[in-house]
Ligand binder design. Sequence first.
Ligand code: MOS
Length: 754
Amino acid sequence: VADALSGHLCRCGAYEGIFAAVAAACAGEFDAEPDRDPPRVDALDKVTGRARFSADLVPEGGWEGVIVRSAHAHARVRAVHPGGARSAATPLPAPGGPVDGQPVFTDLLGEERLVRYAGQPIAAVAAPTAALARAAAEAVRVDYDPLPAVLDTDEARAEGAPQVYTTRAQRRAAPSYGEAPTPPSPWRGNTRGPSTASWRGATAVRRLRGAAERGDPRLVAQEYSTAVQLHSPLEPHVCVASWERDGTLTLRVSTQTVVKTAQKAAERWELPPEKVHVVSEYVGGGFGAKGGLSTDMVAAAELSRLSHTPVRVSFDRAEELTDAGHRPGTRTRVALLADADGDLAAMTVDSEGDGGISVGSTTATLGLLGYGRSPRRVRDFDVVTHRPPGKPMRAPGGAPLAWALEQAVDTMAERLGEDPLSLRRRWDGNPKRQALYERVAALDLWRDRPRGPRTGRFRRGVGLASSNWLYLMGPKARVELSVRDGRVLVRSATQDIGTGIRTVLGGVVADRLGMPASDLRVEIGDSGSVHGTGSFGSRTTTSMGPAAADAADRLRDALREHEPRVPESGPVPEHTLKDALTAAEGVRVVGKRGRDRWGALSPDMDDVAVGRGLSGAVHVMEVEVDTLLGRVRPTRCWAGMAVGRVYAERLARNQVEGAVVQGVGYALFEERRHDPGTGVVLTDNLEDYRIPGMGDVPETEVYFHQEGFEHAVGAGVGLGEVSVVGVAASVANAVHDATGWRPRDLPVRPDRLL
Ligand code: MOS
């Protein structure tokens, strides 16, 4: 039971912690080799419920807020009637507390008075209890002038289709889900693009045209699609806002960045930075959906200001699955050409992102990075529709691209009469992935895979997929160490979205000083601390780990000044440390890690040719296909990660296992659906929007290739995203191996397979 629970039940980093802790507790291994493979420090707190998540932190007398959302996919809003709610702040008759029990109302629509998707926030109300708040929300009346809407990309591209954005200003203001900076691209109707990147792109296109004209068998040209995937963290978006009489604003939230959230809040309400306080002590998963100032925060803060009392706004599951962001659907065309030697001679990728009202697809752009530097041209398009905004999601662009590219590479291997591993070993210039391929060649899972045509109802197949991800992404990380009451306090304004940074920070400092981790206290998740990095772009541990090491070295220097017996390096003997910490009471140091430049997408970067600019992963997946029911069951998975040094293997393993779960969901089940008549999201609950359960998840072995990257960052280069990129493609390649049928569209549903 313990084994099964650990990391396999769910996909949310924080809750993986719970299962890991339950598993560890069951197995009695909490104290086993704490230094080599430290357990999650907050695991027991999470298991026992001592950990208080933001929604738990409503002060006495706090109110509940509810968001009123659009019933139309596209409409002009003529008027919003607050019902019985008060819409302006009233003067306080006496210090403290709300004036009375009358609900308060705030408008969220902004000047434009347009709604562009069903479920868009229009207003919010708050009342002393949740029931009263819901009643107040129902009393709000909205007068709409409905407008024609486009609800899918085919409609959006049609001649004379209603426009999502009509003016240049509107287009410029369109929300963007891209991770990479994209150059401004032209619009034609509801389509933006292409944003093009290429290396000898004209050569690539010429070669591919020629190959098509002469019917070259070494040309593989295929089209793939992916469904909209939802982040679905277990902990929904939530904010408990307290706007104090002295003008201080405290937001208790669930966020991937306390620092940026505080900055955005200060900007929005024109507050001095020191008056804004953002706290996010525990986060139940984010996956890209929890960045910056979200509607829950805006609503809660406004309502708190009006009601003179703390207000909690918590998305319910339906809101979370409708309006918290999503991984855009894509349609991707890949063309690969091999020359007479079987080398890659040309590649083009054209990808169209379906991100609702959002733009900023980077799917194709990432095609620059794989398989050396043969001539290639990659183009991204966005098609906007009247549907909720897409957001970055765990390896934005990477997972959809791999779905197409890694299947095309397998198809090419088949054409060349070569096995998929051998082709990748020839084509792939990344030395770290080469090390992983070597391991794959020796795996029983790969070596003993079935060969030849399979028969019978249940067919087993094994497939693999490669992935890469960028790591040069400008974090700014600081860690403060101070000596308090003879102990070391570790502080930073970063947050633990489940990746285990709380554990890593303490672990690195303790390791570096050779002291027991029990002599440390770690405080994170508070914007008032020194600048910590946001938990995006696989960068938290990569950035914070070196900053913590730097801080530890600075603290050692400071301790040596107070206690000369502290050695220059190596572990500090217990007694010496005790004396030093007593003598150094009140000492404070700050460790840093500088900014990296953004550069991995530049064609001039030689690093890309040898793969130094990229982390790498290889997934090998075994599936069993039930050819009668059309069901695919992933049975075993090997996940090899080349990400440099791993700080805490157990936690890293958790993260990779979680990625396999999420990737299997992407491959087989997850698909946001909407009502084609109204645009209302139908899959707004976790029964209709199916994520993997225990029985859907393969037994997973995680391998870390821990060499390399020292020259670049002095440590690991990030695991969170590269770990998910290739999973769905490996499932597809395994399905093809088992059945001879090539999946094109995600998810691989029974109706498609049969
Ligand atoms: Mo992410 S999609 O960098 O949170």
